[in-house]
Design a protein around this ligand. Structure first.
Ligand code: OGA
Ligand code: ZN
Length: 387
């Protein structure tokens, strides 16, 4: 695994230097110089003795807290816990110092808790794991999932060359998300394809199924047979491209975050049968979270529907859309590789786009499936916390 697993922050070497309080807030100065304020109502709401277990569920509702809570006194216990007397409570609340550090509200502490994706370009060394090791060893599984989470992409080699294994890989960390394509789907060239993925044509870089709401958050593709010629895979970090757009053309970036576009996928009926599938969604191509950080990208030229925009905005929107699209295919940002039988890749389908070159000679067979991120992150964080 070429990627060092980022470890969660620890407080092993960081202690409390000083405690200071006013009625409204406690302030801790830590031994590394960081200063963290804790408002009185926040302390009352987070009293450890009002939880089922230290990391368990809260036993009361914030609406039942007394009004006007103030800090009446603060002391450092013999075991290093901070004892806080809050008005309206009979007993002192005892907060472990490590808990206070882990949940501190100063800007540096808050920034540490945010997800920090590792953005990459064409120089990426593909994060790679070995199936037997990842399946058999919890540490290796954590490292592979960490690499996948940080990069939005990871390869797994040495997966058995057997149909259905793509779901077995999902079961190492989460749950398969079934769709109209089935629990898993075969990516093979067929005679009368409903979807251009099931041809030998090249596929431009895309995220899968933006016409679903919610969109599948993870996609896995497992190679059972490689084409004799062509069919190489391409991936690109949509977050890296979006950040470049934000830097180089902030107005274009802002427009793509503020306008929803429609996506649609239809499977028409055959003969007298009505259509089986009519999937529709509306969402921005670049989605931000409440902090203005990137939350998701969507890009799929096959299923993007006619823009539904104010006519005066159509031209600037096309400029922004085409500029983003060119970045998503820029050789400086894309990475190409060839899947051999037994290779599988996982992408964060809300961040990393994938594509394939066309193929001509020979049969080619991939199996794909979808999953959601909560299974991956839950397994990852549990494995990391146990280390
Ligand atoms: C897909 C797809 C890529 C490939 O099925 O979603 O993008 O390499 N396939 O066939
Ligand atoms: Zn795809």
């Amino acid at each position: 695994m070429p990627i060092a697993a980022a470890r969660p922050i620890t407080t092993d070497d960081i202690g409390i230097a000083t405690l200071h309080h006013t009625p409204d807030r406690l302030t801790i100065r830590w031994s590394d110089g960081r200063e963290s304020p804790y408002p009185a109502i926040w302390l009352a709401d987070n009293r450890p003795d009002r939880r089922d277990r230290p990391d368990g569920q809260r036993l009361f509702d914030a609406i039942d807290l007394p009004d006007g809570i103030a800090i009446a006194g603060v002391a450092l216990g013999a075991d290093g816990a901070v004892e806080i007397h809050l008005t309206g409570f009979d007993s002192a609340a005892r907060f472990p110092a490590a808990w206070l550090r882990a949940h501190a509200l100063d800007p540096a502490s808050r920034a540490e808790r945010r997800r920090r994706p590792v953005l990459w370009d064409s120089s990426l060394v593909l994060p790679t794991g070995d199936y037997a090791t990842v399946a058999g060893d919890a540490g290796a599984r954590a490292a592979w999932l960490r690499a996948a989470w940080d990069h939005g992409f990871a390869l797994l080699r040495g997966v058995l060359v057997e149909p259905g294994m793509v779901c077995k890989v999902v079961e190492l960390f989460g749950f398969v998300r079934e769709t109209n394509y089935g629990r898993l789907f075969d990516v093979v060239a067929v005679d009368k394809p409903q979807n251009l993925a099931f041809t030998a044509l090249s596929l431009g870089n895309h995220t899968d199924n933006p016409y679903r709401d919610p969109v599948p958050q993870l996609q896995l593709l497992h190679c059972l047979e490689a084409a004799a010629e062509g069919g190489e895979s391409v991936v690109v970090d949509g977050f890296a491209a979006a950040e470049r757009l934000r830097r180089e053309a902030p107005d274009a970036f802002a427009l793509l975050t503020r306008r929803a576009v429609p996506f649609r996928y239809v499977e028409p009926g055959r003969g007298d049968l009505p259509g089986r599938v009519d999937l529709r969604s509306r969402a921005p191509l670049i989605e931000l979270d409440a902090d203005g950080a990137l939350a998701a990208v969507r890009y799929n030229n096959r299923s993007i529907a006619p823009f539904d925009l104010d006519p005066d905005e159509v031209e600037p929107f096309y400029d922004a859309y085409r500029r983003f699209g060119r970045l998503l295919h820029d050789p400086d940002l894309t990475v190409g590789f060839r899947l051999a039988p037994g290779d599988l890749f996982l992408v964060d389908n809300q961040r990393v786009l994938h594509g394939r070159r066309g193929f001509s000679a020979g049969r080619r067979w991939l199996q794909g499936c979808y999953a959601d991120k909560d299974g991956l992150t839950s397994t990852l964080f549990s494995l990391e916390a146990a280390r």
